[in-house]
Design a protein around this ligand. Sequence first.
Ligand code: NAP
Length: 282
Amino acid sequence: MYTVIDGKALAQNMRIQLKKDVEAFTAAHGAIGLAVVLVGENPASQVYVRNKIKACEETGILSHAFYLPQDTTQTQLEELITSLAEDKNIHGILVQLPLPKGLDSERALKLIPYEKDVDGFCAENIGKLAMGQETLVACTPYGVMKMLESQNIPLSGKRAVVIGRSNIVGKPMSMLLTNADATVTVCHSKTQNLKEICLQADVVVAAIGRAKFVTADMIKEGAVVIDVGMNRDENGKLCGDVDYENVKEKASYITPVPGGVGPMTITMLMYNAYIAATRSVK
Ligand code: NAP
């Protein structure tokens, strides 16, 4: 019998607690400011930004939205980020990606000080995570860790397989699991014998971007299966990287899509803004 880890419910509970913590911080030190920068009119990015602003409202964080036109120059973007970096009322800065063609995101993101990098993307934060130091952790893998924690799933000494090695999900995920004393294998598109490797895993995290890629024959009986993927199936329906209907029968714990990792990501962003603010007054 498997347990579904309900990311939506967990995210809601976390937001209730976070709202109280944010209120206490605000009473003592003033509002927590999160700057959200959107350049251009990418419809998916507009939805993401709207959801982030809504989450700020829900948790009592003060969002500062900056909507820049499609033809914004690199200099204009960098001037804005530099001013936000210096602004004491801004505790976190996020630049919604992807940026329009012609803008150098790497150069722009480098201007975000690591202590305001609430996405946890910058080299300093990733380096600190690799070294097991205090950092701001990338929101999606951080959310996955909270989901595992919520079920008291033991990780120490367990075999974990992360499928995907992106800088925003796969790599930080593997570091977090390593820091939690799991024995971690990172797989990617060049990995050979993926099925055999997955079959050894007590915990499988799929962050691939391919609909229903992880099938039941790749999963050990009783394994924990975390699905980060967000894809469309052949009928245009939202689905994960895991063939949920078949895999769930073998899993001990599994996350659904939708309602799994997704809702945790924005909650962890709010959490990171709170953490950044508390560190700023230490
Ligand atoms: P990405 O940058 O495209 O990385 C995908 C990874 O999967 C790469 O490392 C790639 O290997 C690997 N891969 C591709 N095909 C493979 C195969 N056949 N076998 C093994 N590995 C394979 O994607 P991402 O940004 O990490 O995102 C992954 C998924 O998570 C996407 O569906 C995305 O939408 C979703 N996502 C969800 C959330 C959320 O909040 N729920 C947040 C972020 C991302 P190579 O490195 O060799 O190319």
